[in-house]
Design a protein. Structure first.
Length: 81
């Protein structure tokens, strides 16, 4: 009997010579401007979506949690209709 492959890692591995997407079309999270993220959050908040904001932890003694996530409705006022 012939030897089996043994799993996913034992199969074909690409050489990585060519990319499947042109570099100019790639958008990574860390390449977005922080202001763009804030604008998107504000648009979602005005559309009555559940938006979470990341703020500094007011409890300075909590060293393991420097930033916390809180609902935007606790920080921003409700949007008027």
């Amino acid at each position: 009997m012939g030897k089996k492959k043994g799993g996913k890692s034992s199969g074909y591995v690409s050489k990585g010579e060519r990319t499947c997407v042109a570099p100019k079309n790639r958008v990574h999270r860390n390449e977005r401007h922080p202001a763009e993220r804030m604008i998107n959050q504000l648009k979602a908040f005005r559309a009555n979506k559940n938006v979470m904001l990341t703020i500094e932890n007011p409890d300075t003694s909590a060293r393991n949690e420097r930033f916390i996530r809180v609902p935007a409705k606790n920080i921003w006022r409700q949007p008027s209709k």
